[in-house]
Design a protein around this ligand. Structure first.
Ligand SMILES: NC(=O)c1ccc[n+]([C@@H]2O[C@H](COP(=O)([O-])OP(=O)(O)OC[C@H]3O[C@@H](n4cnc5c(N)ncnc54)[C@H](OP(=O)(O)O)[C@@H]3O)[C@@H](O)[C@H]2O)c1
Length: 166
């Protein structure tokens, strides 16, 4: 049966596919946070329990926040808690549903994801969480920005939109 929704992944990685450190982001790029908000607002967002806990303010507003945990007693105020990938299909979601991390949850859904919104951080950061499974050969670029620089930190990055190759 065809699904009523499509899965998109939104992630920022460094040159080594690092995405996190000490359950936090390794960098602060304000344009990336702005783009994240613009793309995901109005859409359901799916995250692992650790990413939920890392959010400074939760739930993220104007989005249905969905948190994945194996803990059957977990409660997340303002969010929908699910305990398996199969539970997502029971939520009657529509349109573009964003997988927003972290590494475990990206990996879990990776094969089902048809669109990838990548912030490619063009430096190496001290990270403890990586996306080894992310293979750029699986993806075709739809749009790529010029190289941008975060004014405050000097970090350089690009925004790249990709779709899965058929
Ligand atoms: N750079 C980026 O764009 C970006 C985006 C998001 C997050 N991050 C970073 O990524 C790091 C967190 O990633 P992470 O991989 O450690 O954690 P995560 O994916 O956010 O959460 C992992 C948790 O999800 C739950 N889970 C995983 N698989 C499950 C399954 N099959 N069924 C039910 N629940 C399941 C488990 O929760 P329970 O333990 O409660 O059972 C597990 O501990 C942080 O550093 C964060 O800042 C970076």
């Amino acid at each position: 049966m065809k699904r009523s929704y499509e899965l998109a992944m939104i992630v920022a990685t460094d040159l080594d596919k690092g995405i996190g450190k000490d359950n936090d982001m390794p960098w602060h790029i304000s344009a990336d946070l702005k783009r994240f908000k613009e793309l995901t607002s109005g859409h359901p967002i799916v995250m692992g329990r650790k990413t939920w806990e890392s959010l400074p303010k939760k739930p993220l507003p104007n989005r249905e926040n969905i948190v994945l945990t194996r803990n059957l007693n977990f409660s997340a105020e303002g969010a929908t808690v699910i305990n398996s990938v199969g539970d997502l299909e029971k939520l009657n979601l529509k349109g573009e549903v964003f997988i927003i991390g972290g590494a475990e949850v990206y990996n879990l859904f990776y094969a089902e994801i048809s669109k990838l919104y990548l912030t490619y951080v063009m430096e190496r950061f001290d990270c403890d969480t990586y996306l080894e499974f992310l293979k750029l050969k699986d993806w075709e670029t739809i749009h790529e920005s010029e190289v941008l620089t975060d004014e405050k930190s000097g970090t350089t990055f690009k925004f790249i939109d990709l779709k899965r190759k058929n």
